[in-house]
Design a protein around this ligand. Structure first.
Ligand SMILES: N[C@@H](CCC(=O)N[C@@H](CS)C(=O)NCC(=O)O)C(=O)O
Length: 218
């Protein structure tokens, strides 16, 4: 049976970008369905009744939810090329640890840094930069987080770099001055077609941020 793969996503969602990169790395054809989160489709509510969130991957009618869980699923089902998680159990557990750190710290602080103001923004910005420096320490002088080739931790982190320009303008700082190695790594990742075609233009993200600020009075 031919695989039928559908992705419920949204262009601006860093979580959905992870799944797009994984599918591109594996060379999987799929149908992308763009959700309107203000008016969620019945399909999304049916496929992810617990969280009602994108991304959802629907593989031959079966839903898989939560971006990192989806990426692991893709890596296991289409194991024939571009392995994303390391084969070694210890390295695999480290990759999962850092992906979890990225979600708990960098993504959750990133969601707040452009929304809040004043002293709260200064505090969130400080913590965001500290978390980026921590992950920069993990990268060290390696090409990618796993060493020589692009993998799970790169894929977990790189989508949010398309939001850096918005964070910098909204919170008045420079990622490049704070974390030059992270910026170098992000440029290296963008040289990969799977990444370049999955990430939006940072200017488009910023225009979207301005719209959200206006809509919600942020
Ligand atoms: N932990 C989830 C987070 C996904 C998420 O936050 N999705 C947002 C869009 S970026 C969403 O669907 N929000 C809709 C809502 O909260 O109702 C994942 O990794 O997939």
């Amino acid at each position: 049976m031919e695989d039928k793969v559908v992705l419920l996503g949204l262009w601006s969602s860093s979580y959905a970008m992870r799944v797009k990169i994984a599918l591109a790395e594996k060379g999987i054809q799929y149908e992308a369905k763009e959700e309107n989160l203000a008016d969620k489709s019945l399909l999304l509510l049916e496929m992810n009744p617990v969280h009602k969130m994108i991304p959802v991957l629907i593989h031959n009618g079966k839903p898989i939810c939560e971006s990192l869980n989806i990426v692991e699923y893709i890596d296991q089902v289409w194991a024939h090329k571009s392995p994303l998680l390391p084969a070694d159990p210890y390295q695999r557990s480290r990759a999962r640890f850092w992906a979890d750190y990225i979600d708990k710290k960098i993504y959750s602080l990133g969601k707040r840094v452009w929304k809040v103001k004043g002293e709260e923004q200064e505090a969130v910005k400080k913590e965001f930069i500290e978390s980026l420096k921590t992950i920069e320490g993990e990268l060290g002088d390696k090409l990618y987080f796993g060493g020589e080739s692009f993998g799970f931790v790169d894929l977990a982190l790189v989508p949010i770099t398309s939001w850096f320009y918005s964070f910098e303008i909204c919170a008045n700082f420079s990622v490049e001055s704070e974390c030059p190695k992270i910026v170098g790594w992000a440029k290296r990742c963008m040289e990969k077609e799977s990444v370049a075609k999955s990430l939006p233009d940072p200017n488009k993200v910023y225009a979207f941020v301005l719209l959200l600020k206006e809509k919600y009075g942020l």
